[in-house]
Design a protein around this ligand. Sequence first.
Ligand SMILES: *Cc1c(COP(=O)(O)O)cnc(C)c1O
Length: 368
Amino acid sequence: MNPIPMVDLELQYRQLEKEINPAIADVLAGTRFILGPNVSEFEREAADYLGVKHALGCASGTDALHLALRAAGIGPGDEVITSPFTFIATAEAIAYCGATPVFVDIDPTTFNIDPEAVRAAVTERTRALLPVHLFGQPADMDALQQIADEHELLVIEDCAQSFGAAIGDRQTGSMGLAGCFSFFPSKNLGCYGDGGLITTSDSALHETLWTLRNHGRKAGEYFHEMIGYNSRLDEIQAAILRVKLGHIDQFNEQRRRVARAYGRLLADTDLVMPHEDGIGRHVYHQFTMLVPDGRRDELMQALKNERIACAVYYPTPLHRQPAFAELGVHDGLPVSEQVSERCLSLPIFPEMTDEQVERVAECLLKAL
Ligand SMILES: *Cc1c(COP(=O)(O)O)cnc(C)c1O
Protein backbone atom coordinates (compact mmCIF):
# COMPACT_ATOMS: atom_id res chain seq x y z
CA MET A 1 0.00 0.00 0.00
CA ASN A 2 1.31 3.44 -0.90
CA PRO A 3 1.52 5.91 1.93
CA ILE A 4 -1.13 8.64 2.06
CA PRO A 5 0.42 11.96 3.15
CA MET A 6 -1.34 14.94 4.77
CA VAL A 7 -0.64 16.92 1.57
CA ASP A 8 1.05 15.92 -1.68
CA LEU A 9 3.05 18.94 -2.80
CA GLU A 10 5.11 16.95 -5.27
CA LEU A 11 2.05 15.77 -7.17
CA GLN A 12 0.74 19.34 -7.34
CA TYR A 13 4.10 20.56 -8.63
CA ARG A 14 4.11 17.85 -11.33
CA GLN A 15 0.69 19.02 -12.48
CA LEU A 16 1.74 22.67 -12.61
CA GLU A 17 5.40 22.50 -13.62
CA LYS A 18 4.74 23.50 -17.23
CA GLU A 19 3.37 26.80 -15.95
CA ILE A 20 5.63 27.27 -12.93
CA ASN A 21 9.03 26.49 -14.43
CA PRO A 22 8.82 29.19 -17.16
CA ALA A 23 7.46 31.69 -14.62
CA ILE A 24 10.52 31.10 -12.40
CA ALA A 25 12.87 31.16 -15.42
CA ASP A 26 11.47 34.57 -16.41
CA VAL A 27 12.29 35.99 -12.99
CA LEU A 28 15.83 34.59 -13.17
CA ALA A 29 16.39 36.07 -16.63
CA GLY A 30 14.77 39.40 -15.74
CA THR A 31 16.90 39.76 -12.54
CA ARG A 32 14.42 42.06 -10.77
CA PHE A 33 14.54 39.92 -7.68
CA ILE A 34 13.23 42.33 -5.05
CA LEU A 35 9.78 43.95 -5.41
CA GLY A 36 9.74 43.33 -9.15
CA PRO A 37 6.78 43.13 -11.54
CA ASN A 38 5.48 39.78 -10.26
CA VAL A 39 5.00 41.13 -6.75
CA SER A 40 2.99 44.14 -7.93
CA GLU A 41 0.99 42.06 -10.43
CA PHE A 42 0.26 39.43 -7.81
CA GLU A 43 -0.83 42.13 -5.35
CA ARG A 44 -3.25 43.53 -7.96
CA GLU A 45 -4.59 40.08 -8.87
CA ALA A 46 -4.99 38.99 -5.24
CA ALA A 47 -6.75 42.27 -4.34
CA ASP A 48 -9.18 41.76 -7.23
CA TYR A 49 -9.81 38.13 -6.26
CA LEU A 50 -10.37 39.01 -2.61
CA GLY A 51 -12.49 42.08 -3.30
CA VAL A 52 -10.31 44.64 -1.49
CA LYS A 53 -8.70 47.88 -2.59
CA HIS A 54 -5.18 46.90 -1.60
CA ALA A 55 -3.09 43.78 -1.10
CA LEU A 56 0.51 43.99 0.01
CA GLY A 57 2.98 41.12 -0.16
CA CYS A 58 5.25 40.47 2.81
CA ALA A 59 7.68 37.84 4.01
CA SER A 60 5.33 35.48 5.88
CA GLY A 61 1.92 35.11 7.45
CA THR A 62 3.48 35.88 10.82
CA ASP A 63 4.82 39.16 9.45
CA ALA A 64 1.46 39.92 7.85
CA LEU A 65 -0.13 39.75 11.32
CA HIS A 66 2.66 41.69 12.98
CA LEU A 67 2.72 44.47 10.37
CA ALA A 68 -1.08 44.77 10.29
CA LEU A 69 -1.28 45.12 14.07
CA ARG A 70 1.62 47.61 14.11
CA ALA A 71 0.14 49.68 11.28
CA ALA A 72 -3.20 49.70 13.10
CA GLY A 73 -1.43 51.28 16.07
CA ILE A 74 -1.58 48.33 18.47
CA GLY A 75 1.09 48.73 21.14
CA PRO A 76 2.05 48.32 24.80
CA GLY A 77 -0.87 48.39 27.20
CA ASP A 78 -3.36 47.26 24.56
CA GLU A 79 -5.30 44.02 24.75
CA VAL A 80 -6.16 42.03 21.65
CA ILE A 81 -8.79 39.29 21.93
CA THR A 82 -8.00 36.12 20.03
CA SER A 83 -8.30 32.35 19.97
CA PRO A 84 -6.23 29.98 22.10
CA PHE A 85 -6.89 27.23 19.54
CA THR A 86 -4.68 28.30 16.62
CA PHE A 87 -1.08 28.26 15.46
CA ILE A 88 1.11 30.24 17.87
CA ALA A 89 1.93 32.94 15.28
CA THR A 90 -1.50 34.52 15.81
CA ALA A 91 -0.69 35.40 19.41
CA GLU A 92 3.05 35.95 18.84
CA ALA A 93 2.20 38.83 16.50
CA ILE A 94 0.24 40.51 19.31
CA ALA A 95 3.17 40.06 21.69
CA TYR A 96 5.65 41.47 19.11
CA CYS A 97 3.71 44.75 19.31
CA GLY A 98 4.09 44.81 23.09
CA ALA A 99 0.35 44.21 23.44
CA THR A 100 -1.33 41.46 25.45
CA PRO A 101 -3.17 38.53 23.85
CA VAL A 102 -6.43 37.78 25.63
CA PHE A 103 -7.57 34.25 24.90
CA VAL A 104 -11.28 33.46 24.81
CA ASP A 105 -12.98 30.11 24.36
CA ILE A 106 -14.08 28.62 21.07
CA ASP A 107 -17.26 27.23 19.61
CA PRO A 108 -17.19 23.41 19.95
CA THR A 109 -18.42 22.78 16.40
CA THR A 110 -16.51 25.33 14.31
CA PHE A 111 -13.44 25.71 16.58
CA ASN A 112 -13.59 29.48 15.94
CA ILE A 113 -13.83 32.07 18.74
CA ASP A 114 -17.21 32.28 20.38
CA PRO A 115 -18.66 35.80 20.00
CA GLU A 116 -20.33 35.62 23.44
CA ALA A 117 -16.97 34.81 25.03
CA VAL A 118 -15.45 37.72 23.13
CA ARG A 119 -18.11 40.08 24.42
CA ALA A 120 -17.46 38.97 28.00
CA ALA A 121 -13.71 39.57 27.64
CA VAL A 122 -13.83 43.18 26.48
CA THR A 123 -12.18 45.61 28.94
CA GLU A 124 -11.18 49.26 28.84
CA ARG A 125 -7.86 48.22 27.39
CA THR A 126 -9.23 46.11 24.54
CA ARG A 127 -8.23 47.65 21.23
CA ALA A 128 -8.77 44.91 18.65
CA LEU A 129 -10.26 41.51 17.86
CA LEU A 130 -8.09 39.01 16.00
CA PRO A 131 -10.34 36.16 14.84
CA VAL A 132 -8.82 33.20 12.99
CA HIS A 133 -10.72 31.51 10.17
CA LEU A 134 -9.48 28.20 11.49
CA PHE A 135 -9.00 25.23 9.16
CA GLY A 136 -10.55 27.31 6.36
CA GLN A 137 -13.92 28.00 7.97
CA PRO A 138 -14.96 31.65 8.29
CA ALA A 139 -15.37 32.96 11.85
CA ASP A 140 -18.71 34.58 12.71
CA MET A 141 -17.65 37.97 11.37
CA ASP A 142 -21.04 39.67 11.60
CA ALA A 143 -21.37 38.92 15.31
CA LEU A 144 -17.75 39.96 15.91
CA GLN A 145 -18.11 43.18 13.92
CA GLN A 146 -21.17 44.07 15.95
CA ILE A 147 -19.22 43.71 19.19
CA ALA A 148 -16.36 45.71 17.65
CA ASP A 149 -18.75 48.50 16.64
CA GLU A 150 -20.28 48.62 20.12
CA HIS A 151 -16.90 49.01 21.78
CA GLU A 152 -14.98 50.84 19.02
CA LEU A 153 -12.55 47.99 18.43
CA LEU A 154 -10.56 47.16 15.32
CA VAL A 155 -11.00 43.78 13.65
CA ILE A 156 -8.02 42.12 12.00
CA GLU A 157 -8.52 38.73 10.37
CA ASP A 158 -6.05 35.83 10.50
CA CYS A 159 -6.68 34.33 7.05
CA ALA A 160 -3.58 32.11 7.00
CA GLN A 161 -5.74 29.01 6.46
CA SER A 162 -8.65 30.53 4.58
CA PHE A 163 -7.67 31.77 1.12
CA GLY A 164 -10.90 31.59 -0.89
CA ALA A 165 -13.25 31.07 2.08
CA ALA A 166 -16.17 33.49 2.07
CA ILE A 167 -19.35 34.59 3.78
CA GLY A 168 -21.80 35.10 0.96
CA ASP A 169 -19.80 37.08 -1.57
CA ARG A 170 -17.48 38.57 1.06
CA GLN A 171 -14.08 36.89 1.01
CA THR A 172 -12.22 36.34 4.27
CA GLY A 173 -9.68 39.16 4.41
CA SER A 174 -12.19 41.70 3.10
CA MET A 175 -14.35 42.07 6.21
CA GLY A 176 -12.05 43.46 8.89
CA LEU A 177 -9.76 46.47 8.77
CA ALA A 178 -7.08 44.11 7.45
CA GLY A 179 -6.69 40.46 6.48
CA CYS A 180 -3.46 38.50 6.97
CA PHE A 181 -2.60 35.58 4.69
CA SER A 182 0.21 33.02 4.74
CA PHE A 183 1.64 31.29 1.70
CA PHE A 184 3.56 28.65 3.68
CA PRO A 185 3.85 25.74 1.22
CA SER A 186 1.10 23.58 2.75
CA LYS A 187 -1.54 26.33 2.99
CA ASN A 188 -4.50 26.35 0.56
CA LEU A 189 -2.60 28.86 -1.53
CA GLY A 190 1.06 28.08 -0.90
CA CYS A 191 4.36 29.08 -2.49
CA TYR A 192 7.72 27.31 -2.42
CA GLY A 193 9.15 29.03 0.61
CA ASP A 194 7.81 31.66 3.00
CA GLY A 195 5.41 34.38 1.92
CA GLY A 196 2.51 36.45 3.19
CA LEU A 197 -0.04 39.06 2.21
CA ILE A 198 -1.96 41.83 3.96
CA THR A 199 -5.26 43.01 2.54
CA THR A 200 -7.12 46.21 3.33
CA SER A 201 -9.47 48.69 1.75
CA ASP A 202 -8.15 51.48 3.99
CA SER A 203 -5.75 53.48 1.82
CA ALA A 204 -4.03 55.21 4.75
CA LEU A 205 -3.36 51.85 6.42
CA HIS A 206 -2.05 50.50 3.12
CA GLU A 207 0.37 53.39 2.87
CA THR A 208 1.68 52.75 6.39
CA LEU A 209 2.04 49.03 5.62
CA TRP A 210 3.84 49.78 2.38
CA THR A 211 6.37 51.87 4.29
CA LEU A 212 6.70 49.45 7.22
CA ARG A 213 7.49 46.40 5.08
CA ASN A 214 10.44 48.12 3.42
CA HIS A 215 12.52 49.78 6.15
CA GLY A 216 10.12 52.64 6.73
CA ARG A 217 11.06 53.95 3.35
CA LYS A 218 9.03 56.27 1.11
CA ALA A 219 8.74 55.49 -2.60
CA GLY A 220 12.02 55.51 -4.43
CA GLU A 221 14.06 57.58 -2.01
CA TYR A 222 16.60 56.69 0.67
CA PHE A 223 14.39 58.59 3.05
CA HIS A 224 13.05 56.70 6.05
CA GLU A 225 9.91 57.96 7.73
CA MET A 226 9.93 55.42 10.53
CA ILE A 227 11.77 52.34 11.70
CA GLY A 228 10.38 49.58 9.55
CA TYR A 229 11.23 46.02 8.63
CA ASN A 230 12.67 43.97 5.82
CA SER A 231 9.53 41.99 5.07
CA ARG A 232 9.02 41.75 1.34
CA LEU A 233 7.35 39.02 -0.64
CA ASP A 234 10.02 37.38 -2.76
CA GLU A 235 9.71 37.93 -6.51
CA ILE A 236 10.15 34.22 -7.35
CA GLN A 237 7.47 33.31 -4.83
CA ALA A 238 5.17 35.95 -6.34
CA ALA A 239 5.65 34.41 -9.79
CA ILE A 240 4.70 30.97 -8.39
CA LEU A 241 1.70 32.43 -6.56
CA ARG A 242 0.40 34.09 -9.75
CA VAL A 243 0.29 30.65 -11.39
CA LYS A 244 -1.38 29.03 -8.38
CA LEU A 245 -3.92 31.83 -7.92
CA GLY A 246 -5.32 30.82 -11.30
CA HIS A 247 -6.09 27.38 -9.84
CA ILE A 248 -7.25 28.29 -6.33
CA ASP A 249 -10.99 27.93 -6.97
CA GLN A 250 -10.46 24.47 -8.37
CA PHE A 251 -8.12 23.51 -5.50
CA ASN A 252 -10.69 24.62 -2.93
CA GLU A 253 -13.52 22.87 -4.76
CA GLN A 254 -11.46 19.66 -4.71
CA ARG A 255 -10.86 20.02 -0.97
CA ARG A 256 -14.60 20.39 -0.48
CA ARG A 257 -15.15 17.24 -2.53
CA VAL A 258 -12.80 15.29 -0.25
CA ALA A 259 -14.52 16.69 2.85
CA ARG A 260 -17.95 15.69 1.55
CA ALA A 261 -16.70 12.18 0.87
CA TYR A 262 -15.27 11.82 4.40
CA GLY A 263 -18.53 13.15 5.79
CA ARG A 264 -20.54 10.58 3.86
CA LEU A 265 -18.27 7.61 4.56
CA LEU A 266 -17.90 8.33 8.28
CA ALA A 267 -21.44 9.55 8.98
CA ASP A 268 -22.57 6.57 11.06
CA THR A 269 -19.75 6.66 13.60
CA ASP A 270 -18.95 8.29 16.93
CA LEU A 271 -16.60 10.67 15.13
CA VAL A 272 -17.76 14.29 15.15
CA MET A 273 -17.27 15.56 11.63
CA PRO A 274 -16.36 19.17 10.93
CA HIS A 275 -19.45 20.81 9.59
CA GLU A 276 -20.44 23.98 7.90
CA ASP A 277 -22.49 26.06 10.25
CA GLY A 278 -24.22 28.08 7.58
CA ILE A 279 -22.06 31.13 8.30
CA GLY A 280 -19.81 30.74 5.32
CA ARG A 281 -18.00 28.65 2.77
CA HIS A 282 -15.43 26.31 4.34
CA VAL A 283 -12.33 25.63 2.22
CA TYR A 284 -10.95 22.79 4.36
CA HIS A 285 -7.35 23.77 4.87
CA GLN A 286 -7.65 20.89 7.34
CA PHE A 287 -10.28 18.24 7.82
CA THR A 288 -10.37 18.14 11.60
CA MET A 289 -12.79 15.92 13.48
CA LEU A 290 -13.33 15.04 17.12
CA VAL A 291 -12.73 11.44 18.13
CA PRO A 292 -14.36 9.69 21.11
CA ASP A 293 -12.73 10.60 24.43
CA GLY A 294 -9.52 8.72 25.10
CA ARG A 295 -9.32 6.93 21.74
CA ARG A 296 -7.08 9.28 19.77
CA ASP A 297 -3.78 7.43 20.26
CA GLU A 298 -5.33 4.14 19.24
CA LEU A 299 -6.89 5.63 16.07
CA MET A 300 -3.64 7.38 15.17
CA GLN A 301 -1.81 4.07 15.52
CA ALA A 302 -4.37 2.31 13.31
CA LEU A 303 -3.85 4.94 10.59
CA LYS A 304 -0.09 4.73 10.97
CA ASN A 305 -0.21 0.94 10.55
CA GLU A 306 -1.88 1.48 7.17
CA ARG A 307 0.73 4.12 6.26
CA ILE A 308 -1.87 6.88 6.42
CA ALA A 309 -0.72 10.22 7.80
CA CYS A 310 -2.73 12.14 10.39
CA ALA A 311 -1.97 15.06 12.70
CA VAL A 312 -3.13 16.78 15.85
CA TYR A 313 -3.88 20.45 15.19
CA TYR A 314 -3.48 21.65 17.93
CA PRO A 315 -2.43 19.52 20.92
CA THR A 316 -1.83 22.38 23.38
CA PRO A 317 -3.98 25.52 23.45
CA LEU A 318 -1.95 28.71 23.55
CA HIS A 319 -2.93 29.64 27.12
CA ARG A 320 -1.18 26.40 28.20
CA GLN A 321 2.01 27.13 26.25
CA PRO A 322 5.13 27.95 28.29
CA ALA A 323 5.70 30.87 25.89
CA PHE A 324 2.61 32.56 27.33
CA ALA A 325 3.10 31.44 30.92
CA GLU A 326 3.52 35.01 32.11
CA LEU A 327 -0.12 35.71 31.20
CA GLY A 328 -1.07 33.36 34.04
CA VAL A 329 -3.01 30.12 33.73
CA HIS A 330 -6.59 30.48 32.63
CA ASP A 331 -9.13 28.01 33.89
CA GLY A 332 -12.03 29.33 31.90
CA LEU A 333 -11.33 27.84 28.48
CA PRO A 334 -12.76 24.30 28.80
CA VAL A 335 -13.92 23.92 25.20
CA SER A 336 -10.45 24.68 23.83
CA GLU A 337 -8.97 22.14 26.21
CA GLN A 338 -11.48 19.41 25.39
CA VAL A 339 -11.10 20.01 21.67
CA SER A 340 -7.31 19.87 21.83
CA GLU A 341 -7.59 16.49 23.56
CA ARG A 342 -10.01 15.02 21.02
CA CYS A 343 -9.12 16.64 17.67
CA LEU A 344 -7.59 14.68 14.83
CA SER A 345 -6.87 15.95 11.31
CA LEU A 346 -7.02 13.60 8.32
CA PRO A 347 -5.19 13.89 4.99
CA ILE A 348 -6.85 16.41 2.67
CA PHE A 349 -5.46 17.97 -0.50
CA PRO A 350 -6.88 18.85 -3.90
CA GLU A 351 -5.21 15.94 -5.71
CA MET A 352 -6.48 13.30 -3.25
CA THR A 353 -8.26 10.48 -5.10
CA ASP A 354 -11.58 8.86 -4.16
CA GLU A 355 -9.67 5.62 -3.51
CA GLN A 356 -7.36 7.37 -1.05
CA VAL A 357 -10.32 8.89 0.80
CA GLU A 358 -11.99 5.48 0.95
CA ARG A 359 -8.84 3.85 2.31
CA VAL A 360 -8.66 6.41 5.13
CA ALA A 361 -12.35 5.98 5.95
CA GLU A 362 -12.16 2.16 5.87
CA CYS A 363 -9.22 2.16 8.21
CA LEU A 364 -11.10 4.31 10.72
CA LEU A 365 -14.30 2.25 10.41
CA LYS A 366 -12.33 -0.92 11.12
CA ALA A 367 -10.56 0.62 14.11
CA LEU A 368 -13.80 1.95 15.60
C1 LIG B 1 0.47 29.32 9.17
C2 LIG B 1 -0.22 30.23 10.10
C3 LIG B 1 0.31 31.46 10.48
C4 LIG B 1 1.71 31.89 10.17
O1 LIG B 1 2.06 31.91 8.83
P1 LIG B 1 3.60 31.77 8.40
O2 LIG B 1 3.55 32.10 6.93
O3 LIG B 1 4.03 30.38 8.67
O4 LIG B 1 4.38 32.77 9.16
C5 LIG B 1 -0.46 32.30 11.26
N1 LIG B 1 -1.69 31.93 11.68
C6 LIG B 1 -2.23 30.74 11.36
C7 LIG B 1 -3.61 30.41 11.83
C8 LIG B 1 -1.51 29.84 10.58
O5 LIG B 1 -2.05 28.66 10.27
